[in-house]
Design a protein around this ligand. Sequence first.
Ligand SMILES: Cc1ncc(COP(=O)(O)O)c(C=O)c1O
Length: 396
Amino acid sequence: MESLPDFPWDSLAPYKERASSHVGGLIDLSVGTPVDPTPDVVRAALTAAADAHGYPQTWGTPALREAVVAWFARRRGVPDVNPDGVLPTIGSKELVAWLPTLLGAGPGDVVAFPAVAYPTYDIGARLAGASPQPMHSLTDLGPVTTGPSMTTPKLLWLNSPSNPTGQVLDHEHLTKVVRWARQHGVIVASDECYAELDWRADVMAGGTSSGLPTPGAVPSILDPRVCGGSHEGLLAVYSLSKQSSMAGYRAAFVAGDPALVGRLLEIRKHAGMMVPWPVQQAMLAALTDDTHVAEQRVRYGIRRWHLRTALEHAGYRIDYSDAGLYLWVTRRGVEDAGAGSRCWTILDEMADLGILVAPGSFYGAAGGRHVRIALTATDERIGAAVQRLAHRGQGG
Ligand SMILES: Cc1ncc(COP(=O)(O)O)c(C=O)c1O
């Protein structure tokens, strides 16, 4: 097995210490952990399910799987998910970390993922003993027009909207990837956990009447426009951590090709990888209520607007960041400084303001000119960050 990397967050300790010494206290925008209370509708469902004396179904209750099917149809513009192709997971991080192993990847296999990405795609390849392959585009994986080769991955990860960049892949792009994957016999897993946090119909500009993005605006890999109505070889991964402030529940699911999901299910049954029944009930409640998602989206949207405006006034530039819970930030002088981890300059500047952010290099060498700034802080802390940035913008 390729060795696991050092846990990079430890290297933030000196910046955190400095930021914490700010007279107004630390503003931690380095991690994407939700800070708002879990919605009442979810908590009530969890409480009502407190008597859980029997073992839960690894596959999830039929009601939960049907709720996922209905959610795809209602919210994602995917009318034809097969309930046999739905499986709850214990948060999505465990699935991301174990999917290559569960799919039988091993030494000699390649697992590909975006060059700037959530680090667990890489970890998952290593845990399976496969070779991690960051890629800028499909051409990094060999000639696009010819068939499979040594560099053809067994599994290709997509992440749209992206953590950390906030980039959204449109359906033309996804269609191209699916066509290529089918020509080459590659399984595509698409991590879509920020799909409801699309800022292109900005909440500050009124958004849509439901308070949520138009279904399908962030296309799923399972969207018929993308996959032609067949889910063969495709998996979509979704999490309730962000949209429903349920990170502590560990509540997520994978959906798509029933044959692939069947393989995952078989191993997960043997290995005891099952979502507790009270959490399944809480997921069911979350997936059948769009109101709390719209309310949460407004909270994040307002924070994002204030923070984005303050960063731009202070001389920073926001790249991508069309959706998701992060701003992907650089500035002149840092982006031009050449390759490497120039993001640490911005980390320094922010630490002086008492603000802790994440270096883009945590997400791959190609991220080294940016920092990732999370929207997951209270209104009070975001307001304090805005004030400190305004002071910096005035040369203070
Ligand atoms: C892209 C992406 N995938 C997966 C996860 C894991 O989410 P969870 O395990 O809470 O479902 C995260 C969390 O930040 C993420 O950003």
